[in-house]
Design a protein around this ligand. Structure first.
Ligand code: FAD
Ligand code: UDP
Length: 403
């Protein structure tokens, strides 16, 4: 693997061999394909990213003041039921036994999420059995159609009107600033609803955090590729002079940036939500007692607070141990995306889907160009889905190299 520094040196060497594949974006999609192409096809990859680090939005860094690992682009929890993805990821990192649990504050009271028997009984001040709770929710969900077409209908059909109004309606309004009637029902289908007291946030077979952090995981992927993978950071596909020279030769390119930007927004912008992440170091051992606290009401205006030390209860170094006197929190606010902001969540309205189809038709006509990843596919992909998509793309790519 070339490090960023040696990559800078390579950049100015005129005799550097041309890459077989240019990958734009060193996020999980780009990293997975770089690793596969290098180790399985023995082809040269040039992997570029406009940021100064690898890992895309999954990147985390150890806070210099406290030593606590902080996820730079919002909290990232790895979870999957895909055995192929799990085996693939485990080649490069081990995972901790972390199990994600989330709480939410509504009208000054804390409730467990996702909606489970504990949430229902606390909300209705009751002691319902699973069957009683199910009967109640079925009755309260009667206003929803049998086949929900949007997030509001889907939410009400899953948990009934009162719980929807308390825990979903205003949080979703803050998060998406788009009427729930215009949002895809898939957004809310991600959350389980349980008639037990199980409050694991995810339903997957495997769950955990990379033991030594996300960057260590991703560095191991690059290490596997050896000298066949050259990484250039702080390198923008659209402006870097050396990349413009390379582009003129039309190399096989895997582009994981925004598909509408690639085509200079000729059919208009695809809508995204962006985030403001406000980090604060506090002189207390423990701020909130859990990794993530959601805020279900319109006030406060942030959607949630992350407290990073709780993601690694297995770590016993000073900064994680009781008595450290320090913690790091991040308040997460959703905001409308404008050009130049980081795109985080695809809004994906019907209008966006129509534009996306136009861009995809154009992409299909462009030789030697493959779009992928959450920005290239304009899709809400979890990490495991991103890896699965990259592995599937690799299978298609193999035929280009007669492998
Ligand atoms: P990215 O990580 O976005 O990487 C794309 C890279 O391309 C970026 O580094 C970018 O700088 C680079 N790039 C773009 N344009 C250019 C250009 N012109 N030139 C050079 N480089 C360029 N998934 C989970 O499984 N669990 C979670 O808990 C979870 N939490 C999330 C929380 C948030 C707030 C968000 C937004 C996503 C979350 N995800 C989570 C999803 C996860 O982030 C994605 O699955 C993953 O990051 C997708 O990887 P990617 O490579 O497609 O995209
Ligand atoms: N959601 C909500 N209230 C919550 C948590 C989630 O209304 O307390 C809705 C909201 O619309 C959100 C979606 O469920 O966008 C998916 O939630 P998840 O926690 O998976 O969101 P992510 O972590 O991807 O931001």
């Amino acid at each position: 693997m070339s490090t960023a520094k040696t990559a800078q040196a390579t950049k100015t060497t005129p005799t550097a061999p041309a890459p077989d594949v240019l990958i734009v974006g060193a996020g999980l999609y780009g990293l997975t394909l770089a690793e596969r192409i290098a180790t399985q096809l023995r082809r040269r990859v040039l992997l570029i990213d406009r940021r100064s680090h690898i890992g895309g939005n999954c990147y985390s860094a150890f806070d210099p003041e406290t030593g606590i690992e902080c996820h730079q682009y919002g909290a990232h929890l790895f979870h999957t039921s895909d055995e192929t993805v799990w085996a693939y990821a485990n080649q490069f990192t081990t995972f901790t036994n972390y199990v994600h649990k989330v709480y939410t504050t509504h009208h000054g009271e804390v409730f467990p999420l996702p909606i489970n028997l504990g949430t229902i009984n606390q909300f209705f001040h009751a002691a319902y059995t699973p069957a009683e709770a199910r009967a109640l929710i079925t009755e309260q969900a009667q206003s929803a159609p049998a086949e929900p077409q949007n997030l509001a209908e889907q939410g009400i059909s899953l948990i009934g009107q009162p719980l929807f109004d308390a825990f979903i309606k205003n949080y979703t309004a803050k998060q998406w600033q788009t009427p729930a009637e215009e949002l895809s029902p898939d957004i809310i289908k991600r959350l389980p609803v349980r008639y037990t007291y199980d409050n694991r946030y995810f339903n997957n077979t495997h769950e955990g955090l990379p033991t030594d952090g996300y960057e260590a995981w991703f560095k191991n992927m690059l290490r596997a590729g050896g000298d066949l993978v050259e990484v250039r950071l702080d390198t923008d596909y659209f402006t870097d002079p050396a990349i413009q020279t390379l582009r003129a030769t039309q190399p096989l390119t895997i582009f994981t940036g925004p598909i509408d930007q690639y085509f200079d927004y000729r059919f208009g912008e695809l809508k995204w939500r962006s985030l403001t992440l406000e980090k604060e170091v506090l002189d207390v051992d423990d701020f909130q007692g859990c990794p993530v606290m959601n805020y279900a009401d319109l006030e406060p205006t942030y959607t949630r607070i992350h407290e990073f030390k709780h993601f690694h209860p297995e770590r016993h170094t000073d900064c994680y141990a009781p008595g450290s006197g320090k913690t790091v929190i991040v308040r997460e606010y959703s905001k409308t995306w404008h050009r130049g902001d980081e795109p985080y969540y695809p809004v994906n309205t019907a209008d966006d889907r129509a534009k996306l189809a136009q861009y995809q038709a154009l992409a299909a006509e462009t030789p030697n160009l493959i779009f992928g990843g959450r920005l290239g596919a304009y899709a809400y992909l979890d990490m495991d889905q991103t890896i699965a998509a990259a592995l599937a793309q690799f299978e298609t790519l193999k035929s280009r190299f007669n492998a």
